[in-house]
Design a binder for this molecule. Structure first.
Ligand code: URA
Length: 233
């Protein structure tokens, strides 16, 4: 694999930054400065440092996106696809949104090319928690919150227990461990209210980075990747 691809795949630096750093002798491969970023290295064995910091290569790439409203959680190459918010190389290397948020739902979306991890995050048997901040109208009363928490009959399917932290009748946070189609909207509809705003703030061990603005993304940090990959197999 090319040295600059090896480094840029990890999110350490762009290929342009690699070229600059390499020229300045700041990229070492097995302890030796490599000034040509196009050289090929053995990604499984080479010890690479970038400006003195070790670069850990991973077969997979993980990105956190703050999904804005109006974009679709799909890999299809349509103008409204979430993938259009990310560099085109991500689609080329098979990255996809891990799960879906409705077009009008905002918040944390994990984009990766790690299929087995995505499967673990989404498989119902793993009960991965998802927390959403919501606003609803009309307001929900204590009895409706109790129903939301205990389980709702959605056309014959009973939702699993949920946790609601209500700030008021109109807003709060709800945590669920499943991801049925339009789940939160249907749960609120079943108790006679309507979701007017929905934002995913947590997905398993990941929390939406408060420094990201809507439409922005960043690579996951090593600790976040570790937390994901150590989820029960
Ligand atoms: N539940 C919904 O109703 N919509 C989403 O986008 C996510 C969860």
């Amino acid at each position: 694999m090319r040295l600059d691809k090896f480094i840029s795949d990890t999110g350490t630096a762009s290929r342009k930054e690699c070229a600059r750093a390499a020229r300045s002798g700041l990229i070492l491969v097995d302890g030796i400065a490599v000034r040509d970023p196009s050289v090929h290295i053995d990604e499984n064995h080479a010890k690479v440092t970038f400006c003195g910091n070790p670069v850990q290569w991973s077969r997979f790439t993980y990105v956190m996106l703050y999904k804005p409203s109006g974009v679709i959680s799909t890999t299809e190459d349509t103008p409204r696809s979430v993938m259009r918010l990310l560099p085109p190389e991500f689609s080329k290397k098979g990255m996809f949104p891990c799960g879906r948020l409705d077009i009008d739902t905002v918040g944390l979306l994990l984009i990766t090319n790690d299929g087995p991890l995505a499967h673990r995050m989404l498989a119902p048997k793993h009960h991965v928690e998802k927390t959403y901040a919501y606003m609803c109208a009309p307001p929900v009363e204590e009895e409706q919150i109790r129903q939301l928490e205990n389980g709702i009959d959605m056309n014959g399917y009973f939702t699993k227990p949920a946790h609601v932290e209500a700030e008021s009748g109109e807003r709060g946070r709800i945590t669920v461990t499943e991801g049925k189609y339009h789940q939160i909207k249907r749960m609120f509809a079943a108790v006679g209210s309507e979701i007017v705003f929905l934002k995913r703030e947590k997905f398993g061990p990941l929390m939406l980075d408060p420094t990201l603005a809507e439409g922005e993304w960043r690579f996951l940090a090593d600790a976040e990747i570790c937390a994901l990959t150590s989820l029960q197999k």
